[in-house]
Design a protein around this ligand. Structure first.
Ligand SMILES: N[C@H](CCC[C@H](N)C(=O)O)C(=O)O
Length: 260
């Protein structure tokens, strides 16, 4: 049995267990341990787990794990929450540069509980019928439709496990658009459930909405189930986007020790 000091954060209801692993003591290869720490009955409970680690070139390194226990691709809400945690640790004052699985990110503490995070550039947006498929640090399938009476888990699973995506998986976002305001519901790969918000997901939804809206808006206000997020970007073309920023709440909920 080992004891773990953890810090619980949430970004628009997408929640995370964060561990300060600068001494490299956490066994990140123990899938069962990560899965149990994320378990909402047998552990702390969260959509994912992050390790904050030292890095030779940047203020810190972020490693992200979905609640299934496996190391994953980029997490936008997680990125904003680990920045708030690094600020809580006193690692920086206002702006920070860190490295994650998809590369180097800038971030700004807008206030104690609001973080602005620069996402990676998007260099391709695939059209699949009326739908969109793009990667904003994680892969996202985007469907524009009426959201009333939608069974997000049923419909999300049917896409996530279809012939094309069943091996690698994909996250699935259902979007309704009213001018520059979006409502987004997300089924998340690796959680294999609906989450209350998905940072890379709302970023993908906003970029798809730019295309869908006839390139009218380079920014959107987004209502997720767990809170509001903002996405802005510069379009180089209908397929290429840079200076992509995701802004929203990153809230420290509690900290504690758990022995497993
Ligand atoms: N489940 C995602 C990673 C976390 C994405 C989400 N929590 C976010 O805020 O971007 C995946 O496996 O692609």
């Amino acid at each position: 049995m080992n004891s773990y000091r953890f810090h619980k954060y949430q970004g628009a209801g997408n929640d995370f267990v964060i561990i300060d692993n600068r001494e490299n003591k956490f066994d990140a290869k123990d899938f069962a341990l990560v899965n149990q720490l994320c378990d909402r009955r047998f552990g702390v409970g969260s959509d994912g787990l992050m390790l904050l680690e030292n890095d030779d070139h940047y203020t810190f390194r972020m490693r992200y794990y979905n609640s299934d226990g496996r190391e994953a691709t980029m997490c936008g809400n997680g990125g904003r929450c680990i920045v708030a945690f690094a600020h809580h640790l006193g690692l920086f004052e206002k702006e920070v540069t860190f490295v994650a699985v998809d590369g180097v990110h800038q971030a700004i503490m807008e206030s104690d509980e609001v973080v602005d995070l620069e996402m990676i550039d998007v260099d391709f947006v695939e059209r699949i019928g009326e739908d969109f498929y793009l990667n904003t640090g994680s892969p996202h399938y985007v469907v524009f439709q009426d959201l009333s009476d939608l069974d997000v888990v049923k419909e999300g699973r049917s896409i996530r496990y279809n012939a094309r995506f069943k091996e690698e998986g994909t996250n699935v976002n259902f979007v309704s658009m009213d001018k520059d305001c979006l409502k987004v519901l997300t089924y998340e790969r690796g959680v294999e459930d609906e989450t209350l918000a998905c940072g890379t997901g709302v970023t993908a939804a906003a970029i798809a909405a730019y295309v869908m809206s006839g390139c009218q808006y380079e920014g959107f206000d987004i209502e997720a189930k767990g809170g509001r997020l903002g996405v802005r970007f510069q379009a180089k073309s209908i397929n290429e986007f840079e200076h992509v920023w995701l802004k929203g709440p990153a809230v420290r909920v509690f900290e504690g020790d758990i022995t497993l």
